[in-house]
Design a protein around this ligand. Structure first.
Ligand code: DAH
Length: 340
């Protein structure tokens, strides 16, 4: 029996050497000291021993139990410490590791251009108004003095939704909405999206952006128009920029003009950007036609005004040297990220 006790002790030592987890250690405890454990069974059988053997064996059994308990206690402590160590290792943070980069969005070049142009006019006292992209035929054409037979009304140019409703082909209908809503003095700009039934190519897109301007007050003349737009051009393209107004035709202005700016690339000598002419066309403008003012019930004897409209894509292409309008709509981040 004493040999058996020693054997149990040795075996438990061996088993504990291989135990790695709390569960494994506890299994050894149960198998040895549990209710049906090997040592427990022996201790229980002690009563059957002859009296002279009982004392010595009993002492030894108690010693072995004490030793096993001690071993188990040490092992439990070691396993717990190892588990904690492993947890620390797993949760370790390397504070010297470089941080993960967050990708921050950038403004689209058209937004940048629109904001820059808007800011220039806002600094001159213009406020921003907006109009809907789905417009009435009346606001887009009739009220702008473009009667039923005007070529711009042709089905090939305009996206019609119904006979009376369309996708606006220009931001000019915002002039009509403003004149109907507001009394002079009026001093507004209106940036926004426009639509024309064009086949896309390097300079055409069925969807594009314009910025419209409208100023109505007493005593407004062509000199105000020229002064305002010349100042705008100098702020957008640089102080040495010169402007030139060429006679043109728009149904909603009389007289009408197109404004050219001296080429900011070559300064007017002639280059690829200005196609050798030294000048670049930048916007349409004119004195608001009395027929348009009348739509807003404005006294045309008392008030006059000027208006202008420009393409945002064209301005952005010139400013940034972009040679294909389609690049603006492809969402290719290699293109967009260049305007950071
Ligand atoms: N709406 C015109 C266009 O799309 C641009 C324009 C020209 C607007 C002259 C104006 C203006 O307000 O006075 O071509």
């Amino acid at each position: 029996m004493q040999a058996q006790l020693n054997k149990i002790l040795e075996e438990v030592k061996e088993q504990l050497k291989n135990a790695e987890t709390l569960a494994q250690t506890d299994e050894i405890r149960v198998k040895t000291l549990g209710k049906k454990g090997r040592l427990t069974e022996i201790l229980r059988g002690m009563g059957k021993l002859p009296a002279e053997e009982r004392k010595e064996t009993g002492q030894m059994a108690n010693k072995v139990r004490g030793a096993i308990e001690q071993l188990l206690e040490e092992k439990f402590a070691a396993v717990k410490a190892a588990a904690k160590e492993a947890q620390f290792k797993a949760e370790k943070i390397d504070v010297t590791e470089p941080g993960r980069d967050t990708i921050v969005g950038v403004k689209h070049p058209l937004t940048i251009t629109m904001e820059e142009i808007s800011r220039i006019f806002m600094n001159m006292g213009f406020s921003i108004v907006e109009g809907p992209e789905v417009e009435t035929v009346f606001n887009n054409f009739d009220a702008l003095n473009a009667g039923p037979n005007h070529p711009a009304r042709d089905m090939t140019d305009t996206f019609y939704i119904t006979e009376d409703v369309l996708l606006r082909t220009q931001t000019s209908p915002v002039q009509v909405r403003t004149l109907m809503k507001q009394d002079p003095p009026i001093k507004v700009i209106s940036p926004g999206r426009c639509f024309r039934c064009d086949t896309p190519d390097a300079t055409h897109s069925p969807m594009f952006h314009q910025i419209e301007g409208l100023l109505v007050d007493e005593g407004i003349t062509m000199a105000d128009l020229k002064g305002t737009l010349d100042s705008f051009a100098k702020q957008l393209f640089g102080t040495s920029t010169r402007t030139k107004f060429r006679p043109h035709h728009f149904p909603f202005t009389e007289p009408s003009a197109e404004m050219d700016v001296s080429c900011f690339k070559c300064g007017g000598k002639g280059c690829r950007v200005c196609k050798g002419s030294g000048w670049i066309e930048i916007l349409g403008c004119g004195m608001v036609h009395p027929n348009v003012l009348k739509v807003g019930n404005i006294d045309t004897e008392k008030y006059t005004g000027f208006a202008f409209g420009m393409g945002v894509e064209r301005a952005a292409m010139l400013k940034y040297g972009v040679d294909d309008i389609r690049l603006f709509y492809e969402n290719d981040m290699r293109f967009i990220n260049q305007f950071k």
